[in-house]
Design a protein around this ligand. Sequence first.
Ligand code: MN
Ligand code: MN
Ligand code: MN
Length: 280
Amino acid sequence: MLDLHLHSTFSDGTCTPEELVRQARELGVYGIALTDHDTTQGIHRFMEAGRACGVVTVSGVEVSADYSNGTMHILGYGLNPDDEALNERLQWIREGRRERNRIIHAKLERLGMPIPWTEVEACAGGDVIGRPHIARVLMQHGYVKDVREAFRKYLVRGKPAYEGRRRLKPADAVGMIVQAGGVPVLAHPSTLNAGGLDLREVVLGLVEAGLQGIEVFYPEHTQDMRRRFRKLAEAFDLVPTGGSDFHGALTPDLVIGRGFGNLDVEDAVLDRLLARRKKP
Ligand code: MN
Ligand code: MN
Ligand code: MN
């Protein structure tokens, strides 16, 4: 059992890297990857905890790419967390996120929903503060009944407190991961909102940039989606990967390695994936 998509307190998860490793060990998960948004800062602790507990740990990251029809996230695996060019780009993205947060905060205030920023920071705990934390504080102040409602009514594109942010072009996101010694994988293709030929077209563009895998196994994917994405993986010689997108207390229904209960990522996927690393 593998889980190649986990978030820690270094981005918007609520578990430390050590807690993720401990839970994986208790659940009998063979291998896990830490894929925090826009940062590699939790990786060293994660790898160290893996060595200490006998869980196979893989370095990773998740970045958003510029894509207008929906949400495009690119995962990177087995990369060098200290790669300078990678960390410079990630820092540029994180600065953009901070700028965006300032604007969202101001918009909420104008909408009559002021929240103290220190509470959002406390909620985040780590360096990466994002909309899930803002949503949580909105809930704590009684402006919405849950995180989902905060997103639906205010924080998603088209809603009054939404603000876009700096993003890499898809090919640049893929290239950045390859340059850092990693293997780029398209995350949760369902969020691209693309079907059939459009999806093939998007994936083809990413493959030309160096994409090596596609996240077939994902809690929100129906059996039909799994079948479609698996076929796509076969057609483009991509490794079919998977993970739960576990965010700790923010995703209380998810279990590491199992998702909603049927994640089923085979151990053999990991070797296939890491074999795709470009030799320096
Ligand atoms: Mn997240
Ligand atoms: Mn994602
Ligand atoms: Mn994620």
